[in-house]
Ligand binder design. Sequence first.
Ligand code: ATP
Length: 306
Amino acid sequence: MAILEVTDLRKVYGGFTAVEGSSFEIERGEVFGVVGPNGAGKTTTLKMLAGLIEPTAGTAVVAGHTPGDAEMQRQLGFLPEESPLYEEMTATGYLEFFADLYDVPGDVARERIHDSLDRLDLEHRDRRIGNMSKGMQRKVAIARALVNDPDVLIFDEPASGLDPLTTNYIIEFTRELSDEGKTIVFSAHNLFHVESICDRIVIMNDGRIVARGTLEEIRAAHGGTEYHVYATADGSDGLPDGRDPIEVTRENGQVSHLVADMSAVEAVQDAVEADGGRVTDIQTQTPSLEEIFLDVASEPTAEGES
Ligand SMILES: Nc1ncnc2c1ncn2[C@@H]1O[C@H](COP(=O)(O)OP(=O)(O)OP(=O)(O)O)[C@@H](O)[C@H]1O
């Protein structure tokens, strides 16, 4: 069952449309990625989901509640892209203060906060936040999104600008939260992270969703998997009309035929054998999310869906 339902969400700032007609559903327990180039409308979308900005049109429903309603706030944890923290407070003091705002009983709050900070490997918890490094501050901000033990977490760029070790902790922690059943909406520029933890994604460009689905679905819709058929002979002349390989290259006496599907692989095999050769290897070539992203982000935005 969808825990988050977004229908025709739109945001116009003055005369400028930042988000145009976004619709998607997120299932309970999913890690859902929102990716796109700078200015695509990711943060605006996430803030509308979190009830921090009012949509111009459309609706976002989280666990049956509309953003801003008190019960929805209880079910939601939001990590903003840039999180101003109270610099004079210690990490634990700050987190206890936020837990109190959510009416979390003191002993439950302390245990929850220490558990989150242990798992995020945050040292020096009684240091003033203003004296903490950027990575430490980000960990405190993540722990803040968890003080009310929400079912749905919205993480806007959780690991941007952090060193690889801290980034790794944060990505691994996000994965663990998902394993524990949390639903996570996640925006990131690092597509490797998106690829490694998201179940489904939407790619936004100029305020619109331009691709959506699992990575496999998106790959299939944008060229999909291609196959390299390596052989000792070039059978491409013997292929039936319309079955030409995408590309034929020759290297070190081997001929490589690049083709788009398994039936084309079989056609090449038959043609190579008819030419007196044999197939020596078949390898798949799948486009990375980065390649697809560069492709769809450079296309003029004409929404192909919803
Ligand atoms: N308060 C605002 N007033 C006017 N325009 C805004 C406002 N907030 C955002 N925008 C514009 O809306 C567009 C989408 O911004 P948004 O921050 O959602 O993009 P983003 O995809 O999160 O980008 P980034 O990856 O750079 O964080 C941008 O052109 C931005 O300048």
